[in-house]
Design a protein around this ligand. Sequence first.
Ligand code: FDA
Length: 317
Amino acid sequence: VLTNPLRPLLLAAAGSARLQRVVTGLPVSRAVVRRYVPGAGQDAVVDATREILASGRAISIDHLGEDTSDPAQAEATVQAYLDLLEAFGTLDAPARDGVPTLEVSLKLSALGQFLPDGGHDIALTNARRICRAAEAVGAWVNVDAEDHTTTDSTLAIVRELRADHPSVATVLQAYLRRTEEDCRSLATEGSRIRLCKGAYAEPADVAFQKGDEVDASYQRCLEILFEGEGYPMVASHDPEMIETGLALAERLGRSSDRYEFQMLYGIRDDEQRRLAAAGHTVRVYTPYGDQWYGYFMRRLAERPANLLFFARSLIGR
Ligand code: FDA
């Protein structure tokens, strides 16, 4: 929630290398992180995938990492995705009503988008390799949204990817003032758009700052996406946003294979199961790997209760 007074502080901490060393060095961090990240290795996330699929939900897996400044690191990230997609091939995970149950989510900054020499092309080539491997096992690919300085570059790369792989999805963030316009231009036939509120610290000239403004923007954007020709993905834990998605699906007569709900691993698990049992497509965004610091700090920033839980664990109560 944007009105959390500690949010700016925690989001600033998310970018601090020094704090990262301190927090990741605390033994208790690992236990708390397990709430949001099933594990560091591929086996842990493949086990989590089996469990999620067995419960009637779908999955999108993110290999943790962002802001790569090292080409070797970008290559290691691509390799991790290729290995994971190979493991997908061994799972019994048929599509449901034409909707693949398996998806990978990637961050272009982890694939080299901001490397000094030709970052754009490196990220594009790397993303293409992942898209080809995903297609081979019938999985979807989603390109995550990062801070607003990356939006133009990310949408340009997604456009290029979609020329060869039309099912590639991307994310729009309702807190950005530009997003309503982006929704209008992207709500086209075959286009899959995940709508989230937005998780980064953004300045007032580009982003709404108040929670109720973000919520209103989210609802306007959702309406544009549902009224359009694409496949909207409602990514929120907020009961009001979920209610809006349900109402739009009903009013516009969309069947459950033409939209989906998405929530993060470990958050509102009961609600995820309830929606899936009611016949909606529910996809669980599941991160894995050891680069969990930035992801974890953004989750703490969203919800003071998470921070309290972390603080209690630190002092052993
Ligand atoms: P918000 O945090 O505003 O919470 C609103 C209400 O939801 C709360 O008041 C409470 O009622 C309920 N709620 C929230 N958390 C709860 C909990 N733990 N337990 C019980 N109730 C809870 N961001 C980004 O910038 N780029 C991206 O690519 C993505 N990708 C992404 C994928 C998916 C699947 C999700 C769900 C989210 C993202 N995000 C993201 C993160 C997103 O931008 C946002 O920061 C978080 O989802 C938090 O916003 P919410 O909409 O969940 O509600």
